[in-house]
Design a protein around this ligand. Structure first.
Ligand code: 9PG
Length: 659
């Protein structure tokens, strides 16, 4: 199991095994693969991993599917049913859902090969039939989860040998061969003897909530979410405590205006928020609460040139932030500090700031048709680049007065290249993120928060408690051309929802999950009523923030009726915690911690007849519960048929009223 030159130390406790991998006596032999940038540290069969666990986790006794008592029974059960693999996903926009048996992920994107950089780790080259997973991966059979979690980044909780951060761990999983290997991604790293390469935890969980609770215990960090307190709705008459079941929320300009923003449009949206019965008014303003009002991409001269474009914002950004504050909202701004386009002054004036490859060419960070095409990343090993990043944040917080910064395209900081100062890329990334998020207040002494976006999960959770956990949504179900090209980070409601469901087990644990926006509008939007209700419910139930981009003044009567319905549903569903798992491809069963709520999510483009034996609990709930959202089309041979792109939610309670 161990690899040459690597020492593995094993510790057991609380139903978990911790494996610490450290450099042996001859660390010079530990060089990452030239093509992959990664160093293999171990390889196991699923059976070996199951028997590594010192017996089933205590939580297994809570498995409602029957008691699984011994490791042998767990192993036997694992062999039987279909295995679902959660690959974690490298970054916010990567595939973060349970893969069904036989399902793999594309290794390349057709026509625009650079798009792969928006989803896959540098050097991620799985063999056919292999899936590359990252950070936290699990293999699920029924309600039993075999999980591997890497205590990477800056906040592991095992004794460390003086390291400040550990490199990210990737797993190559072969579902057919039932084998898995682990590797650390460490380009540029020179190991010292005894230095920790990685810390892995292996455990078995007996239910969705058992998985979630074990991960919470594993990554426990005092006050992780404290810096986000000011974003929460409060109980007015109470002592400023959080309102139970309420999530932070707000407006962001992207998913309606995109880059076509200007001062007049931003002010128009700001001023009309209180004038129609939209979701933000119903959920926050009417209750005397505040929310975020965030200006997205489009305000800057060029990506990488973080000066305001005065042709569109003649009175500047401080003026707008002040307007937002005086409306009692929290002013937010989008920035992508690690990247530059050719149009940015830095590109011409500071060519030495760009990360270059061995041949001296700037490293491409990706391709964006809304900017200049190809864009590049900065060399984060340079002190002058770090000083520039610090100055950027200072200006946004002090000079302009913002206090919610959406820090985007973080993954570019993890691309390998010939860093000027040498050293390991993950160490530069960690330092840059520390620099970015060091300030806790803006220039007026008001609390500040950061939303991480497009970033590697494992290296970011300790610096960005608020994080985007999925690919961009869009006012359309899917983007067929990008689908054909094999882009798994393509914008669209479909993949966005899959990520929100798939990464829900991290919500409130590692991150306050930002699922992206809810849509109400019917103008300039190709989503159906069912689809909008589905997004609105999934975001509330399975993530941590309610954002909107609609122009409040352009909402129709039907759109506002949807806002009212969603708001009533949120009230009816507040106070429990929700989870979901895959039944079959694009079909999910919804569960709740109290066990009182269940439901079905159908992301398929056709109706689905749910067999009774696959969802006994849900069928029982239909008999006695309150059907809060009902997207059933009818029944066929005793099975309910669920509409395409739909959500149905039943809550065990008296009343039987349908909202
Ligand atoms: C602003 C947007 C929004 C959005 C972010 C991020 O070209 N691309 O492949 C591409 C990928 C992601 C992306 C934009 C472009 O979205 O997630 O919320 O802030 O940037 O440009």
């Amino acid at each position: 199991m161990g690899m040459a030159g690597i020492v593995v130390t094993e510790t057991n406790g609380a139903g978990r095994v911790h494996l610490r991998f450290s450099a042996g006596g001859n660390p010079a032999s530990l060089v990452p693969g030239r093509k992959t940038g990664a160093l293999v540290i171990g390889s196991w069969s699923f059976d070996e991993l199951l028997s590594l666990s010192p017996g089933p986790a205590p939580g297994l006794s809570r498995n409602r599917g029957g008691l699984l008592k011994s490791g042998a029974e767990v192993r036997a059960a694992f062999g039987k049913g279909p295995l679902f693999i959660h690959s974690g996903g490298w970054q916010s926009w990567s595939a973060g859902w349970e893969l069904c048996p036989g399902e793999t992920l594309p290794r390349r994107v057709l026509f625009l090969p650079d798009l792969i950089k928006l989803t896959n780790r540098d050097g991620d080259r799985p063999e056919p039939g292999e899936i590359t997973g990252h950070f936290i991966v699990y293999i699920r059979s029924g309600e039993t989860y075999l999980c591997l979690a890497s205590l990477e980044g800056a906040a592991g909780n095992l004794p460390r040998q003086g390291e400040k951060t550990l490199p990210p761990v990737s797993f190559r999983v072969n579902g057919k061969k039932k084998r898995l290997s682990a590797e650390v991604f460490c380009p540029g790293k020179k190991w010292r003897a005894g230095e920790t390469l990685a810390e892995l935890c292996v455990f078995v969980a007996g239910s969705y909530f058992d998985l979630k609770d074990t991960i919470a215990a594993l990554y426990r960090q005092e006050g992780r979410f404290g810096s986000l307190d000011f974003l929460y709705p409060r109980i007015r008459r109470g002592k400023g405590r959080r309102q139970a079941g309420a999530s932070p929320g707000g407006y962001e300009s992207w998913y309606n205006r995109y880059t076509r923003i200007n001062e007049a449009l931003i002010l128009e949206d700001l001023e009309s928020l209180g004038k129609t019965e939209n979701l933000l008014k119903l959920r926050y303003l009417d209750r005397g609460d505040t929310f975020v009002f965030q200006i997205d991409d489009g305000w800057e001269k060029a990506v990488g040139d973080w000066e305001v474009d005065e042709s569109r914002f003649p009175r500047g950004l401080a003026y707008l932030a002040e307007k937002i504050e005086s409306a009692s909202l929290i002013p937010g701004l989008w920035l992508a500090p690690f990247i530059v386009t050719r149009r940015a002054r830095i590109f011409r004036e500071k060519p030495e700031w760009l990360l270059r490859d061995r041949t001296g060419l700037p490293v491409s960070a990706g391709f964006n048709h809304l900017w200049d095409g190809t864009y590049y990343c900065l060399d984060l090993s340079r002190p002058d680049v770090l000083a520039y990043i610090r100055a950027l944040v200072d200006r946004a917080l002090d000079q302009w007065g913002f206090r919610y910064l959406k820090i985007d395209f973080l993954y570019a900081g993890m691309l390998s290249g010939a860093h000027a100062a040498g050293g390991a890329v993950h160490e530069h990334y960690e330092r840059a993120c520390e620099t970015l998020t060091a300030r806790t207040e803006n220039g007026s002494g008001l609390p500040a928060a950061y939303l991480g976006c497009g970033g590697p999960l494992g290296l970011s959770y300790s610096r960005f408690p608020l994080f985007r956990i999925g690919a961009d949504t869009r006012e359309e179900w899917d983007w067929n051309l990008l689908k054909f090209m094999g882009h798994t980070g393509r914008p669209g409601a479909y993949l966005n929802i899959k990520n929100t469901i798939g990464r829900s087990f991290l919500n409130g644990v590692l991150f306050l999950n930002d699922p992206d926006v809810v849509f109400l509008r019917s103008a300039n939007c190709r989503l159906t009523e069912n689809e909008k209700e589905l997004i609105g419910l999934v975001n509330f139930l399975l993530a941590g923030q309610i954002m909107c981009s609609d122009d409040p003044a352009a909402l129709t009567g039907a759109d506002l009726a949807l806002a009212g319905r969603l708001s009533r549903l949120y009230d009816a569903l507040a106070g429990d915690e929700y989870g979901a798992f895959t039944l079959e491809k694009d079909l999910y069963l919804l569960t709740s911690r109290s066990g009182k709520t269940s439901g079905l999510i159908n992301l398929r483009g056709r109706p689905y007849a749910l067999e009774r034996k696959n969802a006994k609990k849900l069928y029982a709930a239909f008999g006695k519960g309150e059907i809060l959202a009902d997207h059933r089309l009818g029944a066929k041979d005793g099975a309910f048929v669920f509409a395409p792109h739909s959500i149905t939610v039943v809550k065990e309670a008296a009343g039987g009223r349908t909202l």
